[in-house]
Design a protein around this ligand. Structure first.
Ligand code: PEP
Ligand code: MG
Length: 545
């Protein structure tokens, strides 16, 4: 039995077949298509996108590394526009009635085989370029994303790393667990595992080779271990633990529809965090009192172009209607840092966590912001939606948001489009917002403390850096003092304040947080009932100094 250690992201046991996910070696599926013209149009569109991506890369390389090194991107553009390559793909789509992905992958194989067999060394090297341009096309076509991982049985994914945009696409019915070699416990990939409620490990010391692919694996999220090919005795032991875990989960079901109130009568609003409409099922199953954080940027991350107003409106409306009058706090897009979206075309930054992200993008690109705001205000006519703005650092930013919101509402009114009157709040996740919380509280309807980023920015620790996991500490007294200050200022101004960062689910901290007066906790759906249990067993007075 092979065993490897990782850092636990979400507790629990998973037993299933291991699937080693290597980004560059995903199999492309052959799919028969009906509309050949449409498939060729898809290929042309992807080819145009690839050419413009390469043009941008060429320009950047020209500036940064000079003409000689940039030339490769020009060569790749030429290869993509080459008639032989184009005709081969088109021909295959037409004659075999196959999807563009398959036609590109087959052309890649044929051409690279042909180049590899040539005498001329220069031509032989072109095989790698063919591979490169084909990979680019396949990525654009979406044919090589993790979403296409096909399996008939539930699997444990083992990968070098998973980006948030890949994690969000995982098929929840099929993925039991994942273990990555890279990654930090505070990253959004880790947060997504919690939202999905699946045992997961990052920083796992496991060989990513074919010897483990397809073998039986066990992930022990509680102890941060992964086992491959367990012996009979160990497997039986872990199966027993899995059965016990299920029993414990069932026991928690008795807490459904119970009030979120402490032993000494302090009421708490207990909400759930989601990143996707697919998480709603789990929100309802776990009986959350509402949604305290809908990370709307995941709608953007799942797509390869901007989601339209209509698309967003439909999603927000569905969430509001499904929650049937319960509060749904939707955070405006928090793209940037580790959540990168190619089509936003954000230039590479030396310090992305301190860079162009979230509200900074929205305020400088109001065209994007306004589309989301229109969708949100329209959807707010269909349920109890609240809007929340991330990464705020000043009152001035809130004034700028208010001005844009006034414009959006005036436009909707002029067009005769209905909209509601949603609560509007901000995230407190920067030390600047904490220090300005007295002034900010007068401008908004509520605060939600983002302890993940607040910890990162207060302790000056990159939450993405796995080497710093041991230093990253949301319970640091500096963070706790900040929470205390924010709660005091919020209550002075008569507004409510919640926590939507991971600290909200830190059961050992709940007594202390509630003693500070925090009104709301928003946690991953799977943590709702365990947190409710702790709330109901807590005597807040015991935690007051
Ligand atoms: C936070 O920073 O605590 C938060 C909830 O937002 P995110 O984790 O998405 O940055
Ligand atoms: Mg944050």
């Amino acid at each position: 039995m092979l065993q490897a250690k990782g850092k636990s992201v979400f507790a629990g046991i998973a037993i299933g077949k291991i699937f080693v996910y290597k980004k560059s070696e995903q199999q492309v599926k052959r799919v028969e298509v009906e509309d050949v013209e449409e498939e060729i149009a898809r290929f042309h569109k992807a080819r145009n996108t690839a050419v413009s991506q390469l043009q941008e890369l060429y320009q950047r390389a020209l500036r940064e590394v000079g003409e000689a090194n940039a030339a490769i991107f020009k060569i790749h553009q030429m290869m993509l526009q080459d008639d032989d390559f184009k005709e081969s793909v088109e021909n295959m789509i037409c004659t075999q009635k196959v999807n563009a992905e398959y036609a590109v992958a087959s052309t890649e194989d044929n051409f690279s085989e042909m180049f590899t067999a040539m005498q001329d060394e220069y031509m032989r090297e072109r095989a790698a370029d063919i591979k490169d341009i084909s990979e680019r096309l396949l990525e654009i076509l979406g044919g090589k994303s993790i979403a296409t991982v096909e399996s008939t049985e539930p699997i444990i994914i083992v990968a070098e790393d998973l980006a948030p945009s890949e994690t969000v696409q995982l098929n929840r019915d099929k993925v039991l667990s994942f273990a990555t070699v890279q990654g930090s416990v505070n990253s959004h990939t880790a947060i997504l595992a919690k939202t999905m409620g699946i045992p997961a490990l990052v920083g796992t010391d496991i060989p990513l080779d074919d010897t483990i692919d397809g073998k039986l694996g066990i992930v022990d999220g509680t102890n941060g271990m992964i086992y491959v090919e367990p012996d009979e005795e160990f497997l039986t032991l872990m199966q027993e633990r899995l059965r016990e875990e299920r029993k414990e989960r069932e026991a928690l079901q008795t807490l459904k529809e119970q009030e979120d109130i402490t032993l000494d009568g302090q009421r708490v609003m207990l909400h759930a965090n989601i990143g996707n409409i697919k998480d709603l099922e789990s929100v309802i199953q776990n009986d959350a009192g509402g949604i305290g954080l809908f990370r709307s940027e995941f709608i953007y991350l799942e797509k390869d172009t901007f989601p339209t107003e209509e698309e967003q409106f439909r999603i927000y409306k569905t969430v509001a209607e499904t929650m049937a009058g319960k509060r749904v706090i939707i955070r405006t897009l928090d793209i940037g840092a580790d959540k990168q979206c190619d089509y936003f075309k954000i230039e590479k930054e030396a310090n992305p966590a301190l860079g162009y992200r979230a509200i900074r993008i929205c305020l400088t690109r109001p065209d994007i912001f306004k589309i989301q705001l229109r969708a949100l205000f329209r959807a707010s006519a269909f349920g109890n939606i609240a809007i929340m703005y991330p990464m705020i650092i000043s009152v001035d930013e809130v004034h700028k948001i208010q001005k844009i919101v006034t414009e959006v509402k005036a436009e909707l009114a002029e067009q005769g489009i209905a909209f509601g009157n949603p609560e509007q709040g901000i995230m407190i996740e920067t030390p600047a917002a904490v220090m300005m919380s007295g002034e900010l509280a007068k401008e908004v309807d509520f605060f939600s403390i983002g302890t993940n980023d607040l910890t990162q920015y207060t302790l000056v620790i990159d939450r993405q850096n796995p080497k710093l996991d041991e230093f990253y500490d949301s319970r640091h007294p500096a963070v706790l003092k900040m929470i205390e200050m924010v709660v005091e200022n919020a209550h002075k101004a008569g507004i409510w304040v919640g926590i939507c960062g991971e600290m909200g689910a830190d059961t050992e901290m709940i007594g202390k947080i509630l003693a500070m007066g925090v009104d709301e906790l928003s946690v991953s759906p799977g943590s709702v009932l365990p947190v409710r249990k702790v709330i109901r067993e807590t005597k807040v007075t015991e935690y007051k100094n």
